[in-house]
Design a protein around this ligand. Structure first.
Ligand SMILES: C=CC1=C(C)c2cc3[nH]c(cc4nc(cc5[nH]c(cc1n2)c(C)c5CCC(=O)O)C(CCC(=O)O)=C4C)c(C)c3C=C
Ligand SMILES: [Fe+2]
Length: 418
């Protein structure tokens, strides 16, 4: 990727011009030197029918924060959500919090913007908000606004959750093609919320492990396999309606109107036992996943996007895709047609102090309109039958209701707080 970074002013001017010319829907190309237009010099609109950061073509970097609300006043929380919306919308255009002069101001006061994203392009920044089940306890009078689908996840087989990486009243998922832009967004929102919210846990992700648009190439996860081949994509609109959007055509009935057009986010911090994986033979690795490492093709086919043929057998009469292979067990045809929108990231947090082994893996994020009948049964099955489970440890977890998007000038929290 080019290292050319147009000035934030240049980005804005270019965005306005390109927007007027009708480039893209939501995504706006901006001015760059000839031949140097990069994905990092684009913007994604904050406002819209859906929240950005769900079907948006997946960016390269993630900062995910789960937060707790520390006030007991609903009005203070609603106020923060409003201020967050304004700041997130501003940052999505590559403008500092507080506007173009956000780094300046009175010498005796902190500037409104922390400054580290100044002169960086907007880098397709998106910030997505979610509400955790605990937000609907007795503190804010929201108990009867909780959608039935927003239930704490039940215990799942083999998980070894770290209690410091679980739950949260709220979540913020910031994604961008520049890690500093994603970090800047969360840092500034946390700063705006000081006294009302505080970070409970956080995860940085450094490389996408999925594709959410058919225009994107399939990346590789830290096991070295292509990941995201059979994912739902933004172009699969009828599948997204059925499996992802609350109230979509073919989706379960809506019990809370404020969630219509939203979705549920499940996050799982999944550590890979990398040292064990790296000692496994190529044949074993491919058997475990059910796909070829180099091409990403299913072991029943030749090319990456060939459909899985679960009935195919080898010359020795064995299933071409092993009975315990990850893709066999996870595929919709093995799960009553359940489909998910995966949007995960690779992570590393250095070494595990207890064992001296790498603490690295996949921060798995998945969107769906019915987690209790999608993620939960699927993970129950994977956790007990999937050959991949031997190389994994689920260490963090959360479930959040992501409301629909907001109209221009609107704010997060409007639907929930009425
Ligand atoms: C509960 C759902 C899933 C978890 C958890 C999960 C973890 C996980 N997956 C990989 C690597 C791959 N997954 C692939 C496909 C795939 N995975 C899931 C679901 C979960 N994965 C689904 C629904 C699918 C699609 C299956 C299909 O329809 O074919 C693949 C293959 C490429 C692809 O299609 O994306 C890989 C590789 C890891 C490493 C991991 C935990 C760390
Ligand atoms: Fe998977």
């Amino acid at each position: 990727m080019s290292t050319f970074r147009p000035s934030r002013r240049g980005v804005l001017t270019g965005a306005a011009v390109a927007g007027a010319a009708g480039v893209g829907a939501g995504l706006t190309a901006v001015a760059a030197r000839p031949g140097q237009a990069t994905a990092a010099s684009r913007t994604v609109a904050f406002h819209g029918a859906r929240q950005a950061g769900i079907t948006t073509p997946q960016q390269d970097s993630l900062v995910f924060a789960a937060l707790d609300v520390t006030t007991s006043r609903a009005g203070e929380l609603a106020d923060v959500l409003q201020r967050w919306s304004a700041a997130a919308a501003t940052m999505a255009t590559g403008t500092p919090v507080g506007g173009p002069g956000g780094l300046g101001g009175a010498a005796e006061e902190p500037p409104q913007d922390t400054g580290e994203a100044h002169e960086l392009p907007a880098a397709n920044l998106t910030v997505t908000l979610g509400y955790g089940p605990s937000l609907f306890d007795s503190r804010f009078g929201l108990a009867d606004r909780r959608p039935a689908a927003l239930e704490e996840l039940p215990p799942l087989p083999g998980e070894q959750l770290d209690p410091t990486k679980v739950g949260g009243d709220l979540c913020l998922q910031a994604c961008a093609d520049d890690p500093q832009v994603a970090f800047h967004a969360v840092r500034n929102l946390v700063r705006i919320g000081r006294g009302v919210v505080r970070v409970r846990w956080m995860q940085l992700g450094f490389g996408r492990t999925s594709t959410t648009s058919s225009a994107q190439s399939t990346p590789r996860n830290l096991m070295g396999f292509r990941d995201g081949t059979a994912n739902l994509k933004a172009e699969d609109t009828s599948d997204l309606d059925r499996h992802v959007w609350v109230g979509g055509q073919g989706a379960p009935a809506v019990d809370q109107e404020w969630m219509r057009g939203g979705t549920y986010l499940v996050a799982r911090r999944i550590r890979m036992l990398i040292e064990a994986w790296d000692r496994a033979s190529l044949g074993e690795q491919e058997r475990v996943i059910g796909r070829a490492k180099e091409s990403g093709a299913p072991l029943s086919g030749t090319h990456e996007f060939d459909a899985l043929d679960l009935a195919k057998t080898t010359a020795h009469g064995k299933p071409a895709i092993d009975v315990a292979a990850h893709v066999r067990l996870a595929a919709p045809q093995s799960n009553g047609g359940v489909k998910l929108l995966r949007r995960g990231y690779s992570y590393t947090d250095g070494l595990d102090g207890a064992t001296g082994q790498l603490d690295a893996g996949l921060f798995f994020i998945v969107f769906g309109n019915d987690p209790a009948h999608q993620f939960v049964p699927l993970q129950r099955k994977l956790g007990s039958q999937d050959a991949l489970t031997e190389y994994l440890k689920h260490t963090g977890s959360g479930i959040f209701a992501c409301p629909p998007g907001t109209a221009s000038g609107g704010a997060w929290g409007e639907g929930l707080f009425g």
